[in-house]
Design a binder for this molecule. Structure first.
Ligand SMILES: Nc1ncnc2c1ncn2[C@@H]1O[C@H](COP(=O)(O)OP(=O)(O)OP(=O)(O)O)[C@@H](O)[C@H]1O
Ligand SMILES: [Mg+2]
Length: 267
């Protein structure tokens, strides 16, 4: 079954536009972007602050808060026309097919559930496991995130954890889900270098061992060079360049890409 799916994109976006209606004026935050994420590939979106990266990610999951809204565009998750589904079917599809790591970890953890219960529930939705088996895998996933005292952590609630710890729990949740698509928006920005390296390894292992397709949003070109396969360069709501990472690094064609690469090489 996997083989049949392997050549089909896990995510395809056509001509996506996102507007923020601010009363006196409309901000066209995303202005007609199209992208594809293939299984077993890491596709990066790189761009400066405010260029529309997070708005793109949220729109793909139909999770924009007002005044943000999708003005136009099509979104296909594993071939399914996502915007044609009911809200409820969208939530179900997201739960089964899309792992998410956001900039703000508190947004996607359930404040009323203990970390252990969240992990065990996620593991059991996606694999046939007893509670005990799921608990052991959950402990292992938390340890892989370099979290300490993981047995105790399983009994804690998100508000008892620091932001960095929540971030790592959220990544463990995404790993537990083994989703066909992972959307990671600046997943390691707030973390120290050692933890960042560990988490990037886990993301790469999802790609290589589970054939997860990964949409990886970052402003860090060093990380892109290290882990990504393809990249889109975003500026003012549009993609100005796309290609295989090595090709874009060696032959940047847009002046903005050249400027970005220059700024990295100069530091
Ligand atoms: N709630 C909002 N109301 C009005 N405008 C918004 C809102 N959220 C975002 N925007 C606008 O949308 C644009 C894109 O924002 P977005 O958060 O997608 O940028 P980003 O590329 O993710 O930036 P960063 O790298 O800082 O995370 C910004 O220019 C911003 O002005
Ligand atoms: Mg952002």
């Amino acid at each position: 079954m996997n083989q049949i799916k392997n050549n089909a994109p896990v995510l395809m976006v056509n001509n996506l536009k996102v507007d923020f209606d601010c009363g006196s004026h409309i901000v066209h935050a995303v202005n007609g972007v199209s992208l594809t994420v293939m299984p077993g590939k890491i596709t990066a979106i790189v761009g400066e602050s405010g260029s529309g990266k997070s708005a793109t990610a949220l729109a793909i999951m139909n999770l924009l808060d007002p005044p943000g809204k999708i003005a136009e565009g099509e979104i296909f998750l594993s071939g399914q026309d996502f915007m044609k589904l009911s809200r409820r079917a969208q939530r179900e599809t997201l739960g089964k097919q899309v792992g998410v790591i956001f900039q703000d970890p508190f947004e996607s953890l359930n404040p009323r559930m203990k970390i252990g219960d969240m992990l065990i529930e996620t593991l059991r939705i996606n694999q046939k496991l007893s509670k005990k088996e799921a608990g052991l895998i959950g402990l292992d996933l938390l340890s892989k995130m370099k979290l300490r005292d993981v047995r105790n952590l399983m009994h804690q609630y998100p508000h008892q954890l620091s932001g960095g710890m929540c971030q790592r729990v959220m990544i463990a949740m995404a790993m537990a889900q083994r989703p066909p698509l992972l959307i990671a928006d600046e997943p390691t920005t707030a973390l120290d270098v050692m933890v960042q390296a560990r988490i990037l390894e886990e993301i790469v292992s999802l790609r290589d061992n589970c054939s997860t397709g990964i949409l990886f949003i970052t402003h860090d070109l060093g990380v892109v060079a290290e882990i990504a396969d393809d990249m889109y360069i975003m500026k003012e709501g549009k993609f100005v360049e796309y290609g295989e990472v090595s090709h874009v690094f060696d032959n940047p064609s847009h002046p903005y890409t050249k400027e970005l690469l220059q700024s990295v090489l100069c530091v």
